[in-house]
Design a protein. Structure first.
Length: 204
């Protein structure tokens, strides 16, 4: 399935589509880290849930890297010399079905890394080799203007929280729940958003 597949998706099929991606491609290597792609995203969701986050943050964390599978440019590797823009690819697939908070956490989780490297210099020292490599491809730490623009996003605090769980999801051998555990949670977020959009349409 590719990005163009999103044109035929619906609120009733998007969760199955995402489950299929996790099943079919989740075993792929995650950017030179000691976990697979699925393990990384499931670990992030696990840590968000353990921290008592609301479902919308857990779901945003679970799906933050889905663009590695839906980007027309393919997945990242340590041999890359240019960025593949997976964050935008993921957000584009999700935005017909998820609220802006979720899609902003997906779209700007790379920007959050760049922001944190600029705003909290100690953060850069905590990044893995693979994350530093991708950071260099993604533009490096933000400049002052970019920092100010990022902070204007009303979802900035949530985006940073998701980034924190993103960074944590790299533990080899950690046991987590499968995607099926989170599927009802994902569906609730989709249903609430799509019901709200339908209501707005009727009242317009």
């Amino acid at each position: 399935m590719s990005m163009t597949k999103s044109e035929t998706l619906s609120a009733e099929t998007i969760v199955d589509f995402l489950a299929e991606i996790f099943e079919r491609r989740g075993g792929e290597e995650y950017l030179g880290e000691p976990v697979t792609m699925a393990e990384h995203m499931l670990q992030g969701a696990h840590f968000a849930e353990q921290a008592g986050e609301p479902e919308i943050i857990i779901v945003a964390t679970l799906l933050h890297d889905i663009g590695h599978f839906t980007s027309e440019f393919g997945t990242f590797s340590m041999d890359d010399v240019e960025d593949r823009h997976h964050e935008e690819a993921g957000a584009q697939v999700l935005e017909p079905f998820f609220p802006t908070l979720v899609t902003d956490c997906v779209r700007y989780h790379v920007a959050a890394k760049r922001y944190l490297c600029a705003a909290r210099p100690e953060y850069l020292g905590k990044l893995s080799e693979a994350s530093i490599h991708s950071l260099n491809l993604q533009g490096g730490p933000m400049n002052d203007g970019e920092v100010l623009a990022f902070e204007l996003n009303q979802n900035c605090p949530a985006i940073i929280r998701v980034r924190t769980y993103d960074d944590a999801g790299k533990e080899a051998g950690l046991t987590t729940q499968p995607f099926s555990y989170y599927a009802p949670m994902v569906q609730r977020i989709v249903d609430a958003h799509c019901s709200g959009m339908a209501g707005q349409g009727r009242s317009a």
